[in-house]
Write a protein that binds this ligand. Sequence first.
Ligand SMILES: Cc1ncc(COP(=O)(O)O)c(C=O)c1O
Length: 259
Amino acid sequence: MPFPDSDVTVADSLKMLHFLFAADIAPTQVAAIIIEPVQGEGGFRVAPTALLKELRQICDEHGIKLIADEVQSGFARTGKMFGIEHSGVEPDLVSVAKSLGGGLPISGVIGRADLMDSVPPGGLGGTYAGAPLACAAALAVLDVIEEDNLLDRANAMGDRLRARIEGWHKRTDLLPVSMPRGLGAMIAFDILESHGSTEQRAGAAGKLCTLACEKGLILLACGVKGATIRILTPLTASDALLDEGLDLIEQILSEAAKA
Ligand SMILES: Cc1ncc(COP(=O)(O)O)c(C=O)c1O
């Protein structure tokens, strides 16, 4: 389904879903609809609440399970424990990983008891399922999220990131960048074709990541055009460390503008 964006409305997305139901698969044959509340690889695009609410209704109507993929947006990153909480919509299942382990490899599925308990003991398995070290790390992560108030920290970090990116957006001596996008500390910006344009500069983010790496800063690109830089600083990083990274990005945007 096309994800809502500048040129795709919620109505367009839903129209396509109904088209799929009519032309390809009857809704009674659909087991689940999976959506990222905030897209990760897709460019940190936030799923509009109206879309999530409508999907919930469609799922309820046809007995389809709604799955929130929170692998990237989960565990405080968006300023709430899970990204979908911003919409008030309750999914049936939630997939989790990444931040849950604080660096150790762990993933999981959270769901309504009736669904989770429908699997017999041993029915949900895997080679590394229940790996004790990763489970201990995940339990520690949950403690740190609570003890260090990482939900508040994600929001404060997001405000800091947004303010800085908004400043870059206004400057004509830097590589042209968009306004920030995202929720909480899950923030991204696009490299644009020119100042004042909204056209993304295809492939520009990868080049910026390479330049950042040379300066000792790890950045990640995303988005279908490879023009988006996503900032995924650990929520436990200090403001000083965050600012050091942002200063480096600004330096790179300045050097790239002159190149
Ligand atoms: C939103 C999202 N879902 C799923 C995955 C895949 O997760 P895994 O590597 O655990 O299969 C990723 C990986 O980057 C992701 O970002």
